[in-house]
Design a protein around this ligand. Structure first.
Ligand code: ADP
Ligand code: ZN
Ligand code: ZN
Length: 830
């Protein structure tokens, strides 16, 4: 507070607005707010003529903006910051590094429940000064608003006793007397439970029996008392009364009327109260002691030693080596030292087993942050971190934006997963890389874990930038699965294939069913078949908006575009030649499932892909059913490979490995190795029951397959890293992809060419590839062109190069001849 002797200073606040503008905006702090406003608090401001939005305070100072007249902040929402200083620092870093607006970062970071809902109200414009311009009616409205601060439309209607008030409101807005704003109403609603308990004066045995007697004449009320006592035996232990009983227990009981209960409350015999409860089930912490194995102990110790000198450690532990227990040990230690811990998991892995395991250890002191959770749940985690309830959070990539202020450790499990990178919309960040920066800001540490590390992280570990720890044995000495490569060319020649199934695979499926053991079949493509084709004229149904063929979904009886969601009925005849011979080509999970049904009608089959797991708990249900033995054969896309740990899986069958290996992309080998190794890792996790992996391929001699079956990550790394160095790809360079989009192909192509030329002029032709159309050239009716920029890690000033690129992109965006062109910049694109 300013004392009366000091000259009062006018304060200004720089705000982060959740809109796509490149800089902070300065607003004026009203006098009455100046003692209260804090950096990190939310405020309501007017933006543009009509919009009113929630913003976050980034700085407070006394310098008015030089280029515009600062508007007043309308309202302060928080007494205490809901965004920490460390977060603001991180938001800044993300926006600078990934070349996006800080408002975009805020938008992704804040759960919708911390933004406001809209319901238009009218309030006085703080800059309004009374003048004679107002009509009588307008003056009535203004005076009334002054009395009440704000009015709703209906209140104005009532005030003027007329129903059409829009003209008056419009005129008032035009005269800058009032502004319309969306009512500040937080969307977040805590979950409450209504409870009742006995008035404290009735809890002694004496008082209780007197009370019971006095209710003799009102048997219904007496019954309620007895029912209460049957749940809460107050006469045995008066302290039990304090917690009370859920009121709903009575309302569900047909014999109890609400009226009688309410009478008891009115009489003061019972009292009603409310408690706020967390939306997360209270799984209690169990004290199940897990003793680390020697391998785990050693790994844990090495991690500690490395942390003494390095910021980041990579833990390379093969599938089933027990990385989770090593994490748990570490998390416990960091929490004991009073620091916060964040555990990042890929989206899909989070809904299952690992969370249950962590919950058993950490109970409800652990927050869970998942995109399938409701917004209320996310707000609860946000607030729980701020008020200290959650020192430990398990979450998906966006959890890096939570309000931590004192992180000691971030674990990134399955660090190679591409789902850590956000593709759309901005910020196009990689949560793994953000985690490293973030723990640096907090002076904490990062542990990256994987059975198949990304080439980037492994490279940093080999060159000494990261610490490096290995676990090369499975827990409990379970053997790694054995492999068999099945030559589909040979099988086809000798006519042994049955559709997509080799005879070897069929034999194994049969045997496994007989032995009552489980099988996982992996085909990384959903739908029935990737396309239909007319056998007579070769016509293929394609998407109207994108340059791809439509995928056939048999159950739905549709063909669908996997890029834009466009759907059509299956054509019965070929629209081009009229023939009825429109056949399915290629195959996806749905077709595999279908064929299993016809080959093994008795088998219990379940499919797990994007199409069968859309509902909130669908994924979890399939996993549980499989765990409990209710499914014999699980057919799925890469979803089946994500961190699952099953006991009884003895066969894993892999279709179409070739397509993954030969995908036209420089990361194809790395990806194929990771995916196939991860899927294989689901087999034979019990020591007494080693598993078997069957890979169908038309070329069993491929080097990469040999490396996969020998679990030879090092070999794969050595050959890949050589290629990467030779052709200037990551980790030796950083990649930035600039994508130009326009509905008109010529405009798009022209813009891309101009941009590429501008970039090449300064960066040199060897660093700028393209423009070239991506694999799918048209998406949602827009024509795409990619420019790929490769910047050497050591030689180039990354920051300077990025601002140069951004400048040139702005040139294109503001070029009048290239109207409504769109450009997307993706830093560290995958
Ligand atoms: P990873 O994540 O490295 O693939 P997990 O952490 O899933 O491996 O561990 C594999 C299995 O071994 C799990 O079922 C886990 O419960 C079990 N396990 C690992 N370490 C221990 C231990 N020290 N004591 C008991 N069980 C363990
Ligand atoms: Zn045809
Ligand atoms: Zn489409």
């Amino acid at each position: 507070m300013t004392s009366i002797f000091e000259e009062e200073i006018t304060l200004f606040a720089d705000l982060i607005l959740p809109v796509p503008i490149p800089s902070l905006f300065t607003y004026r702090v009203p006098r009455e707010m100046s003692g209260m406003i804090k950096v990190g608090a939310r405020v309501i401001v007017q933006f543009g003529q009509k919009r009113v939005i929630t913003a976050v305070v980034a700085n407070i100072h006394s310098n008015p903006p030089s280029k515009y007249q600062a508007k007043y902040i309308l309202e302060l929402l928080d007494d205490e910051p809901i965004v920490t200083k460390r977060q603001l620092e991180l938001f800044n870093w993300v926006s600078e590094y990934y070349l996006c607006n800080i408002g975009d970062v805020l938008n992704i970071a804040l759960p919708a429940g911390l933004k406001i809902t809209s319901q238009s109200r009218i309030q006085i414009n703080p800059e309004f000064e009374y003048d004679d311009l107002l009509t009588d009616q307008e003056r009535i409205v203004v005076d009334e608003i002054k009395k009440h601060q704000t009015l709703s439309y209906e209140e104005v209607e009532r005030l003027l006793q007329r129903s059409n008030i829009t003209a008056i409101i419009k005129s008032l807005v035009g005269k800058r007397a009032v502004i319309l704003f969306e009512e500040v109403k937080e969307r977040y609603k805590p979950k409450v439970v209504r409870k009742i308990r006995l008035n404290a004066s009735y809890t002694s045995n004496d008082a209780l029996s007197k009370l019971a007697g006095s209710l003799d004449k009102t048997p219904k009320q007496q019954e309620i008392l007895l029912k209460y006592l049957s749940y809460i035996p107050v006469y045995n232990n008066p302290d039990l009364n304090q917690k009370g009983l859920d009121k709903s227990i009575f309302s569900q009981d047909d014999n109890v009327s609400d009226a009688s209960l309410n009478t008891l409350i009115k009489k003061g015999i019972f009292e009603q109260f409310e408690i706020f409860i967390s939306r997360f089930d209270d799984i209690p912490a169990s004290n199940a002691v897990i003793t680390l194995t020697e391998t785990q102990k050693k790994a844990s110790q090495q991690i500690h030693e490395f942390f003494a000198e390095k910021e980041v450690v990579l833990l390379h532990g093969i599938t089933g080596s027990g990385k989770t227990e090593v994490y748990i040990e570490l998390i416990k230690q960091v929490l004991e030292s009073g620091l916060q811990v964040l555990f990042l998991l890929p989206e899909i892995a989070l809904t299952t087993q690992i969370v249950v395991r962590l919950r058993k250890v950490f109970g409800d002191t652990m927050g869970i942050y998942h995109s399938k959770f409701s917004d209320n749940e996310r707000v609860e985690v946000w607030k729980g971190i701020l008020d200290g309830k959650f020192q430990f959070v398990v979450g998906v990539r966006s959890a890096v934006f939570l309000p931590f202020d004192n992180l000691g450790l971030i674990i990134v499990d399955e660090e190679h997963e591409t789902s850590y990178k956000q593709h759309d919309p901005a910020p196009r960040y990689n949560a793994r890389d953000v985690a490293v920066i973030m723990s640096y800001m907090h002076k904490g540490k990062t542990l990256l874990g994987s059975a198949t590390p990304s080439l980037e992280s492994y490279y940093h570990a080999q060159t000494g930038r990261y610490g490096f720890v290995e676990m090369k044995q499975r827990f409990g000495n379970a053997a790694l699965p054995t492999f068999e490569l099945i030559d589909t060319k040979k099988e086809k020649k000798s006519k042994k294939m049955k559709n997509e199934f080799s005879s070897v695979l069929i034999d194994h499926l049969k045997l496994n069913l007989q032995n009552k053991e489980q099988t996982i079949l992996f085909q990384n493509r959903r739908g029935y078949s990737p396309y239909l084709q007319c056998e007579i004229c070769n016509w293929i149904p394609e998407c109207a908006n994108c340059d791809v063929s439509l995928t056939y979904h048999m159950k739905a009886g549709e063909v669908r575009c996997h890029y834009c969601g466009h759907k059509e009925e299956v054509p019965r005849t070929c629209p081009q030649c009229g023939s009825t011979q429109v056949k399915t080509m290629g195959y996806g999970t749905e077709k595999i499932e279908d064929e299993i049904h016809s080959m093994f009608p008795e088998a219990r089959v379940q499919r797990m892909d994007l199409d069968t797991t859309r509902a909130k708990n669908a994924y979890q249900q399939i996993i549980s059913e499989f765990e409990e033995g209710g499914i014999d054969i699980l057919v799925g896309t890469q979803m089946v490979s994500k961190g699952l740990d099953f006991d009884n899986v003895s066969i894993v069958g892999i279709f179409d490995a070739d397509r993954m290996i030969h995908f036209p992309e420089f990361r194809a080998s790395e990806r194929a190795f990771q995916m196939l190794t991860q899927v294989s890792g689901r087999a034979g996790r019990r020591a007494e029951k080693p598993g078997k992996v069957l890979i169908q391929t038309s070329n069993p001699g491929q080097k990469l397959l040999e490396r996969i079956i020998n679990n030879d990550y090092e070999g794969m790394y050595a050959s890949e890293i050589e290629e990467r160095e030779k052709f200037h790809y990551p980790p030796f360079t950083r990649l930035i992809k600039v994508t130009v989009r326009h509905v008109d192909e010529a405009t798009s192509s022209k813009a891309a060419k101009i941009l590429a030329e501008k970039l090449t002029a300064n960066l040199g032709a060897s660093r700028v590839l393209g423009p070239q159309p991506p694999l799918v050239e048209r998406v949602r009716n827009q024509f795409l062109f990619d420019i790929l920029i490769k910047l050497e890690r050591e030689k180039i000033n990354f920051k300077a190069a990025k601002s140069f690129i951004q400048e040139k992109v702005i040139d294109i965006l503001t070029d009048k001849t290239l109207k409504s062109i769109q450009v997307v910049i993706d830093v560290d694109c995958l």
